[in-house]
Design a protein around this ligand. Structure first.
Ligand code: NDP
Length: 297
């Protein structure tokens, strides 16, 4: 029987949507006020963004970050390099920005072209200005439960869970994806918040077995709509980190890793794509930049 008929005959739970745009707007207002106070104290928060190459998605991300800074009255610098730039040129620029006291946050947009050693680039950023939280020192601090800069996407997810009032202590949290920028730091944060955490990945034997146990399910895979309603525990909180562009034949739109249509019939809370985790990621970048500026005082 088609799902639409089932919902007419026997209405099923429909999830509350956690609106990332609305939450981001509220948090950004607070951040703009915070930035204004810092300016009164003589510190003008500033984020430096480095973009290498012409990857269209990276260009959009950088543009959005710079625009978000402007709207929150945070100063930004943008350096754009051709894809074939000598990595030494970029390393020199990072060293300059590290030494510049008027710059509080430095971000290198990933991925970098193949001639770069991305790890070496991330390690070249001064830990005190590493607002993405990717430097080994900051990763270590997070592991030890003493975070200095929390990576922006998982940080944004934690804010969303908090805003929705989702109980974390003792909850079963399942994360699909184990990347350094999303899955692993997400696991650390949920663990620190009292969840029992399971991290799934491409070699996980029975993914649905794990996802169906989750009170909180975070999907960070990069595969359109792979998490469907039947993989979700009724009433669970489902956080969709994925951002996937559908092929032109399917409309060319953005979609998440979660099949929203079926998942929203089962979940208690769910984040949409677009308008979910994405806006919160950029918001937490602004938060980290302001935090860095405050610490510089
Ligand atoms: P990565 O490609 O670095 O990691 C993907 C993870 O998914 C890997 O750990 C991989 O496992 C796992 N995986 C792949 N296939 C499967 C499968 N069939 N079953 C279970 N696990 C699988 O991606 P990122 O973490 O960087 O990003 C994930 C998604 O989130 C992407 O869509 C990205 O665009 C989006 N994103 C969104 C952000 C936002 O602001 N909303 C910010 C950052 C990312 P393995 O390790 O074994 O290969």
């Amino acid at each position: 029987m088609p799902a639409s008929l089932i919902s007419i005959i026997c209405p099923m739970t429909t999830a509350h949507i956690i609106d990332g745009n609305a939450l981001a707007a509220t948090v950004r207002e607070q951040l703009a006020e915070h930035a204004a106070k810092l300016r009164q104290q003589g510190v003008s928060p500033c984020l430096a963004v480095i973009l290498v190459g012409e990857d269209p998605a990276s260009a959009v991300y950088v543009r959005n970050k710079v625009q978000a800074c402007e709207k929150a009255d945070i100063r930004s610098l943008k350096d754009v390099y051709a894809a074939d730039v000598d990595p030494a040129t970029v390393m020199r620029r990072i060293a300059e920005l590290n030494a510049d006291p008027s710059v509080h946050g430095i971000l290198v947009q990933l991925p970098l072209p193949p001639q770069f050693d991305s790890d070496a680039v991330l390690e070249a950023i001064a830990p005190a200005k590493d607002v993405d939280g990717f430097h080994a020192e900051n990763v270590g601090a997070l592991m030890q439960g003493m975070p200095r800069f929390i990576p922006c996407t998982p940080y944004g997810v934690m804010k969303m869970l908090d805003a929705a009032g989702v109980p974390l202590k003792g909850a079963e949290a399942v994360i699909v994806g184990r990347s350094n920028i999303v899955g692993k730091p997400m696991a650390m944060l949920l663990l620190a918040a009292g969840c029992t955490v399971t991290v799934c990945h491409s070699q996980t034997r029975d993914l649905a077995f794990h996802t169906r146990r989750a009170d909180i399910l975070v999907a960070a895979v990069g595969r359109p709509r792979m998490i469907t309603g039947e993989m979700i525990k009724p009433g669970a909180t489902v956080i969709d980190v994925g951002i996937n562009r559908l092929p032109a034949a399917e409309g060319g739109k953005l979609c998440g890793d979660v099949d929203f249509a079926s998942a929203s019939q089962v979940a208690g809370f769910i984040t949409p794509v677009p308008g979910g985790v994405g806006p919160m990621t950029i918001t937490m970048l602004l938060a980290n930049t302001i935090e860095a500026a405050e610490r510089s005082l």
